[in-house]
Design a protein around this ligand. Structure first.
Ligand code: PGA
Length: 250
């Protein structure tokens, strides 16, 4: 299996003003200076530039939490991939379950967002994951398969290695109820097998686990062969907790 660089993303959701974002970055940077992993901060749109400015000269990357699939147009309140790229943002979270559940984000839109991000030079962090009912009903794999097939439909095999996938079971997000390392590994291995069937560089794709990742459970999750990192919500708001999670990769 090819080496995959571990990948840790801090999804702040609707948290942190510009001043708070700047303070976070200044506190985080010295704590992760030695890491070989990819470290990505996902601030709200308003704090993107502040984080970009502060991370210049470091290995930290910056991601937006959403974008529109069109390059421009009459879409009040939306932001395009080119607007993000102009800010020197390198990545974008797409299809987070909060966007799917609270804002009606559909697979049809995601099928266009993923290639639009790639075309603008942004690394898509595509989130997939099942609800509690789906897991209890034995539908986890069916849900993951449906989401991945729809959302990656327009991505050629050769581009697959540029996509990061985040497996985030909805029942584990913000609940304190982390998937067990075995449950997370099983789902991430299933995702990798699916990508392999599509052809392309499935072995190179970073697959993250997300859902109540904390300093205390990060290491056992990272030990799993198909888990390459974490998408961290609540625990990423504290720079020292997030740095501890990054260091869990060893
Ligand atoms: P959580 O959120 O770490 O607070 O569970 C994860 C996410 O929503 O990406």
């Amino acid at each position: 299996m090819p080496e995959r660089t571990p990948y840790f993303a801090a999804n702040w959701k609707m948290h942190k003003t510009v001043a708070e974002a700047a303070e976070f970055v200044d506190t985080l940077l010295p704590q992760i200076a030695a890491t070989q992993s990819d470290v990505v901060i996902c601030p709200p749109f308003t704090a993107l530039s502040a984080v970009v400015e502060r991370r210049y000269g470091t290995a930290v990357k910056v991601a937006a939490q959403n974008m529109h699939e069109e390059a421009s147009g009459a879409f009040t309140g939306e932001i395009s991939a080119t607007m993000l790229a102009e800010l020197d943002v390198e990545a974008v979270v797409l299809g987070h379950s909060e966007r799917r559940q609270l804002f009606g984000e559909a697979d049809e839109a995601l099928a266009r967002k993923v290639p639009a991000a790639l075309a603008a030079g942004l690394e898509p962090i595509l989130c997939v994951g099942e609800s509690e009912e789906a897991r209890d009903g034995g539908q986890t794999e069916a849900v993951l398969e449906r989401q991945l097939q729809a959302d990656l439909a327009a991505v050629e095999g050769g581009k697959l290695g540029e996509v990061v996938i985040a497996y985030e079971p909805i029942w584990a997000i913000g609940t304190g109820r982390t998937a067990t390392p075995e449950q997370a590994q099983e789902a991430c291995a299933f995702i990798r097998d699916m990508l392999r069937e599509r052809g392309g560089a499935a072995g190179a794709v970073r697959i993250l686990y997300g859902g109540s990742v904390k300093p205390g459970n990060a290491a056992e999750l990272m030990e799993q062969p198909d888990i390459d990192g974490a998408l961290v919500g609540g625990a990423s708001l504290d720079p020292t907790d997030f740095a501890a999670i990054v260091r869990a990769a060893g």
